[in-house]
Design a protein around this ligand. Structure first.
Ligand code: GCW
Length: 642
């Protein structure tokens, strides 16, 4: 075995072995289903069969339904993709797939676009390495300057992704360096090879491109989006891509952000930039994902009038209605940057005339970097279900008509994700983008059952470790939504003032009296005013701001009393002591898994849990000590702070 099988071990199809299957119809994806069935040791049948799969277009794209009749389970699918997804539902259901209580509802994805973005570089980047913010070894696509000769692992990855309904993958970093820029042109034949691995699984390939490509690759003097030659260059380049890859998905762009080139250099705006590419893609049915992550990263910390949290909204809302139909503006879930707790980005509720995608981060940049066990199903589910304009308004999921995209967490590590339990995050992203209403803890249990088989004791252990692990991580890191107390650059471990005097716009403003960022309209940066009612008013006032976000919106005295009844500083002490105790319990409970999981997996998780405990202890002691020294207020319970 060259890699772990994640949630599709051989045993996941035990219930299908020796059963008969009839698949009606022809096509690449139906052939995939036939191969999967053979792999599961099912027997092909032409007439009577235990399972039948056939197409009924009236169901619509990507849709399927299981019908149990006369001892036969029939998968009726709207198209080939629906058939493939229906197949994996049979796998997920286990023995139930062949019983009379087969769930018969129509299964249709909530989002047509369910995408993973890879921040993989071809060349090893001197600072970021092979995979930017990657914590799972090298890239599965590239190895030290080349596209891998053997891409079979990409095929295995595609299978796993298809099993949770992912249908698009961007294969290179949004920070596009010189070497990666060439994937669009000179190295297109390599992208063709990658697309071949994804195609049988119904997954379309996307490329991240440099906005300066016409200069870098085409030798033009400009990449001005309103220049006719520039437009022609893009049209030609994109046409060549579609000739080589007819099912190519589209382009992904990070422009005018953290040093990437963009339309601002030419006095143009982001609608001009996005529409330029959209028009090159439109004749081929392609899409441009244009990221809204645009802010000033060379801020002077002395400048209190600039608030990074405002940036995406301020840049993009004036452009609402100006984007072409095949533009998807891709918005990070929070206004800052994938912090462990942020409010939902107000931009998501402010672009009614634009297709928006919600961007999440499966790779755990700010949530323990796959050293810490942190299951992200719950925070994602909270974001997806949040209603920015109150109980009668739409959810974030409904506002994200352009679907979901997330930064992948896999690499060439044997377990794919460094921390074996981080596989659960990849699984949860797929399942929640298919159905955002699924209960995150039920999704977690699905993943556990598929991955570890039928062992209730083990299932309890893994569930216990992961289910509230996000809250645990939050409790020993930056308090009450304040964010960014990490080591600058690599973003692992505590450094309370690490970003306090930096140009990145990420400050907590702790002083001897209090901590937090005043983002109110009345006295602060005005960010709270970017929300519709009722949240605008709720966030405006500390009395109505939820505790967990109160320092995101307000600068509060250490003695301020939270809804919980605790003061801010006592909350900091208590949550940090509690967080470490929770990690101690995680470490102890993992012992129950010894002998119940493969030894190498047991050891890997044990090592990571030991590191999590060390790191959590460091977080606790640095954060508590920092606030004790700033505030001079002792812990009510007299615990040891340094
Ligand atoms: O969170 C930040 C990361 C960068 C990343 C950037 C982005 C790809 O630290 O590494 O760059 O976000 O989302 O573009």
């Amino acid at each position: 075995m060259t890699h772990h099988e994640m949630w599709l071990p051989e045993s996941s199809t035990d219930h299908l072995r020796g059963r008969t299957l009839r698949v009606d119809g022809e096509g690449v994806l139906l052939d995939t289903v036939r191969r999967e069935a053979a792999r599961a040791a099912m027997l092909p049948a032409t007439t009577d069969a235990d399972v039948t799969i056939d197409l009924d277009e009236s169901l619509g794209p990507e849709t399927f339904r299981l019908v149990r009749r006369d001892g036969v389970t029939n998968v009726v699918a709207g198209d080939e993709r629906g058939a493939l997804y229906g197949w994996f539902e049979l796998v997920r259901l286990g023995a139930r797939a062949l019983g009379d209580d087969v769930p018969g509802q129509v299964n249709r994805p909530a989002h047509a676009m369910r995408m993973l973005d890879h921040w993989d570089n071809i060349d090893v980047h001197p600072v970021m390495g092979q995979v930017e913010r990657g914590y799972s070894g090298g890239s599965i696509f590239y190895d030290a300057g080349e596209v891998r000769a053997d891409l079979s692992r990409v095929g295995a990855y595609a299978r796993l992704l298809a099993s949770v309904g992912i249908n698009r993958v961007a294969v290179n970093n949004v920070n596009v360096h010189a070497r990666e820029a060439r994937l669009l042109t000179d190295d297109l034949h390599e992208v063709v090879r990658i697309a071949e691995q994804f195609r049988p699984w119904g997954i379309r390939v996307h490329l991240s491109v440099s906005f300066a490509a016409p200069i870098l690759l085409g030798g033009l003097p400009t990449s001005d989006p309103l220049d006719a030659e520039v437009a022609q260059w893009w049209a030609d380049a994109v046409a060549r891509v579609y000739e080589a890859i007819p099912d190519f998905g589209g382009l992904l762009v990070k422009a005018d952000s953290e040093g990437q080139p963009g339309p601002f250099s030419y006095g143009r705006d982001h609608a001009d930039g996005a529409n330029l590419l959209a028009r090159a893609l439109a004749p081929h049915g392609g899409i441009v994902h244009w990221r809204a992550f645009v802010y000033n990263h060379t801020q002077d910390w002395r400048d209190r009038s600039t608030d990074r949290a405002r940036a995406a909204f301020d840049h993009f809302t004036p452009l609402d209605g100006r984007f072409d139909e095949n533009v998807v503006v891709q918005v990070k879930h929070g206004p800052m940057d994938f912090q462990v707790r942020e409010p939902v980005s107000p931009l998501l509720a402010a672009m009614p005339g634009t297709r928006l995608a919600l961007e999440l981060q499966v790779t755990q940049e700010y949530s323990g970097q796959q050293q810490h066990a942190v299951h992200l199903g719950r925070p994602w589910s909270e974001v997806l279900g949040f209603r920015p304009s109150g109980d009668d308004g739409p959810t974030v999921s409904e506002l994200a008509g352009g679907g979901l995209a997330a930064v992948s967490n896999v690499g060439d590590d044997f377990f794919w994700t460094g921390h074996p339990l981080a596989q659960s995050n990849l699984y949860a992203f797929g399942r929640l983008s298919w159905d955002p209403q699924l209960a995150p803890s039920a999704v977690l249990d699905e993943w556990i059952a598929l991955t570890f088989g039928d062992d209730p004791e083990l299932a309890r252990t893994v569930h216990g470790i992961l289910d509230d692990s996000w809250e645990t991580y939050e409790s020993y890191t930056a308090p009450l939504g304040v964010g960014f107390m990490v080591n600058p650059g690599q973003h692992y471990g505590p450094s309370v003032d690490g970003y306090e005097y930096s140009p990145w716009g990420t400050y907590h403003f702790a002083d001897r009296d209090g901590v937090g960022v005043d983002r109110s309209v009345a006295t602060g940066t005005g960010f709270a005013g970017q929300y519709p009612e009722p949240w605008r008013s709720r966030y405006e006032d500390p009395a109505t701001t939820p505790d967990e976000l109160v320092l995101f919106f307000h600068h509060l005295p250490y003695g301020h009393r939270l809804h919980s009844g605790k003061t801010v500083v006592q909350h900091i002490y208590d949550s940090h002591f509690d967080g470490v105790e929770r990690v101690e319990r995680m470490v102890a409970s993992w012992e129950q898994a010894r002998g119940r999981v493969p030894d190498d997996l047991f050891e890997r998780v044990s090592e990571r849990l030991a590191e999590q405990l060390r790191s959590a202890t460091e977080w606790r002691d640095q954060v508590n000590t920092y606030f004790l020294r700033k505030s001079g207020i002792p812990d009510e319970r007299g615990r040891r702070i340094f």
